[in-house]
Design a protein around this ligand. Structure first.
Ligand code: HEC
Length: 108
């Protein structure tokens, strides 16, 4: 009984956070966005030849257990607070979720 309730609650929460018509974060779209908007500074994928020297690679961010989805969402939603050396790219919530899903795939 209790197990059913939890499953129902989890499903309801998942539905509440996923925008209508979307099947959840899309890491492939995140990869496209990262190559376009982030690769100037970050190493976003293995084998990338150039990036800024003092910017963490996405693989390093993914490997750090302190960088939770919640924290990364805050970093990208309110860049003035945590991503200060980057201009606000005005990413949408869906783009942010896709980017984070992609960053998480870069865990070495
Ligand atoms: C102009 C250079 C630049 C661009 C473009 C850029 N970043 Fe960053 N990013 C940085 C720097 C520098 C840091 C180190 C923290 C700081 O000083 O802002 C950083 C840190 C981060 C962090 C780690 C923050 C933390 O709390 O550890 C994440 C996640 C991140 N960037 C994601 C992205 C994503 C996603 C994009 C593309 C949409 C992007 N960045 C584009 C420069 C950039």
């Amino acid at each position: 009984m209790r197990r059913w309730c939890l499953a129902g609650l989890t499903a309801a929460l998942a539905l509440a956070t996923v925008p209508a018509g979307a099947a959840g974060p899309d890491a492939a779209n995140g990869a496209r966005l990262a190559k376009r908007w982030c690769a100037e500074c970050h190493v976003v994928a293995p084998g990338q030849a150039q990036a800024s020297a003092d910017v963490p690679a996405f693989s390093a961010i993914a490997a750090d257990p302190a960088k939770t989805v919640e924290l990364l969402t805050t970093v990208l939603t309110v860049p003035e607070k945590a991503h200060t050396r980057m201009q606000n790219l005005n990413l949408s919530r869906v783009e942010i979720a896709d980017l984070i899903a992609y960053i998480k795939t870069q865990k070495p």
